[in-house]
Design a protein around this ligand. Structure first.
Ligand SMILES: [Zn+2]
Length: 187
């Protein structure tokens, strides 16, 4: 029988990752920011959809391709409405999707990305439990290592974290939805 306090950590990023690109106007590589706005172009049956990024220095636009000359029948009507209405949630979600970024050859920057952790504990009457079993809930691909997450959550440095935690923890692994690990219950 398991004797761990069950805890869920839901990780919600506060912003989408930036993209590094050569900006033609700035003449150097700059960070591009997800504007959370779409551009839709309908030409007969063919639809083009882009997600607009802006250079953080000069605001120049870069359009990331989402659909290219796609038959309107092949686009989910609900999603199409989201593109038209500049649905922020969808723009945010696409900003994290490695599939679109790979297709567009865009390089993502996750530095300085902030996130919230919502902690929910299952009912537990047994106060003698010394370990808590944490399950990560995080449907987006955050490219975030477990040691970084824990150091941020505990507000301590990564070196201090390494001294206090068990070596069995997969600290160098990137967090994934459904990942499970054990922590002392006083953390
Ligand atoms: Zn620029």
């Amino acid at each position: 029988m398991s004797c761990y306090q069950k805890v869920e950590w839901t990780i919600t990023p506060k912003s989408a990752p930036k993209v590094i690109r050569s900006c033609p106007k700035c003449g150097e590589k700059t960070h591009y920011i997800n504007s959370t706005k779409f551009r839709v172009n309908a030409n007969g049956k063919n639809i083009d959809v882009w997600l607009i990024y802006n250079c953080s220095k000069c605001k120049s636009k870069w359009n990331m391709t989402i659909h290219e000359r796609t038959n309107s029948k092949d686009i989910d009507p609900e999603k199409y409405q989201c593109y038209i209405k500049n649905d922020k949630d969808l723009a945010h979600q696409i900003g994290f999707d490695p599939v679109f970024h790979k297709r567009n050859h865009s390089e993502l920057v996750y530095d300085s990305m902030e996130f919230d952790i919502f902690v929910s504990k299952a009912e537990c009457n047994d106060t003698a439990r010394h370990l808590q079993e944490i399950t990560i809930r995080c449907p987006l691909s955050l490219n975030l290592r477990l040691d970084k997450l824990l150091a941020d959550h505990m507000r301590i440095s990564r070196s201090k974290l390494l001294k206090t935690l068990s070596e069995d923890l997969p600290l160098k692994k990137k967090i994934k939805d459904g990942m499970i690990f054990l922590l002392p219950s006083d953390y």
